[in-house]
Ligand binder design. Structure first.
Ligand code: PEP
Ligand code: MN
Length: 339
């Protein structure tokens, strides 16, 4: 941490800051310039609130240098994390893994028709919500455990792994036999109790970015899971809220290379929630792969016009097949391959 003192700060004020830093366990290196004194405070305290120093008399600015997340930070595993799943699939290596399926599991027929189509097009993971975090309490809330049973069965039948959203602690154990990856939705990114419990599981978690989360907040949420011993976390950019209303969210493609720089965790892109509009999904999926995404999650529905949730952003199976062909070319251009 760097503490820059005000130009007119007196020696007593400087001493007070030094004493406070030492009291908090920092080693202090002082640089006394002609105009200004700057203090370098060394000591990896992660639970430190820099505002406690900012408010001391004579302090001009405080900069944190070390990140407040340790396990999620790139330096913890500079070589990157590769998450091994079943069927020889791994996320975070050279392969780009495509996850696809409906927003919600609605019926056996809807799920199986969609699963067959996405598997034939080359998806490796079937997505589908059984517990749905809907903005309105009157909207369809999901099929629950029956939906999970269908997900597993469709996964077995078409050779797909399964990802589905967990919304609360009581669903964690219930979901374990059905899913290969837990999805934590944007609305739950800061549900710290849920994250902590998922940290006790030995199953990968895909952590979506909250609609207004900074990178630091997002990585601290990953840290909650990892601090329980579960290091298998995938970060998923799914669009953030900005002043723009044309799209449902603003897909932050730059989040992909930024997360790769800040963290060793694999990064996924979800252009469906990222844009909310079907015709914008393919271009943003292509952009995400070009930007280095390790995985793409896309909503696909056998009959999007009749979907109970997110139909407007769900691809028709034919569009998804075309997209897969494009993603294979883009992956090759950035020295990757679609799994
Ligand atoms: C979803 O994947 O269907 C979903 C609800 O996503 P998000 O949490 O990103 O809104
Ligand atoms: Mn959805």
């Amino acid at each position: 941490m760097i503490v820059a003192m005000q130009e007119r700060a007196g020696e007593d004020q400087i001493q007070q800051v030094i004493e406070e830093l030492v009291r908090r366990g920092f080693e202090v290196h002082r640089s006394t310039g002609e105009q200004q004194t700057v203090l370098g405070a060394v000591g990896a305290r992660v639970d430190f609130d820099i505002r406690d120093i900012e408010v001391l008399p004579g302090v001009k600015q405080v900069h944190r240098i070390s990140s407040p997340y340790k396990l999620a930070g790139r330096s913890f595993r500079p070589e990157g994390t590769v998450i091994q799943l079943r069927n020889g699939i791994s996320i975070g290596g050279r392969d780009v893994v495509v996850m696809a399926g409906p927003c919600s599991v609605e019926s056996r027929d809807q799920l199986f028709t969609t699963a067959e189509a996405v598997a034939r097009a080359g998806a490796r993971v079937l997505r589908g919500g059984a517990f749905k975090p809907r903005s309105s309490p009157y909207a369809f809330q999901g099929m629950g455990e029956e939906g999970l049973r269908l997900m597993r069965e469709a996964g077995e039948q078409f050779g797909l792994l399964v990802i589905s959203e967990v919304m609360e602690i009581s669903q964690i154990e219930l979901m374990a036999p059905y899913v290969d990856i837990y999805q934590v939705g944007a609305r739950n990114m800061q549900n710290f109790n849920l994250l902590r419990e998922l940290g006790h599981m030995r199953k990968p978690v895909m952590l979506k970015r909250g609609i207004s989360a900074t990178f630091e907040e997002w990585l601290l949420s990953a840290e909650y899971i990892m601090s329980g011993g579960n290091y298998e976390v995938i970060l998923c950019e799914r669009g953030i809220r900005t002043f723009e209303t044309y799209t449902r969210n603003t897909m932050d493609i730059s989040a992909i290379p930024i997360c790769h720089k800040l963290s060793h965790l694999p990064v996924a892109g979800d252009p469906s929630h990222g844009t909310g509009r079907r015709e914008k999904v393919a271009p943003m999926a292509r952009a995400a792969v070009a930007a280095g995404a390790d995985s793409i999650m896309v909503e696909v529905h056998s009959n999007p016009d009749k979907a109970v949730s997110d139909g407007a952003q769900s691809l028709y199976p034919k569009q998804f097949t075309e997209l897969m062909a494009q993603l294979r070319m883009i992956a090759a251009a950035v020295d990757r391959a679609v799994a």
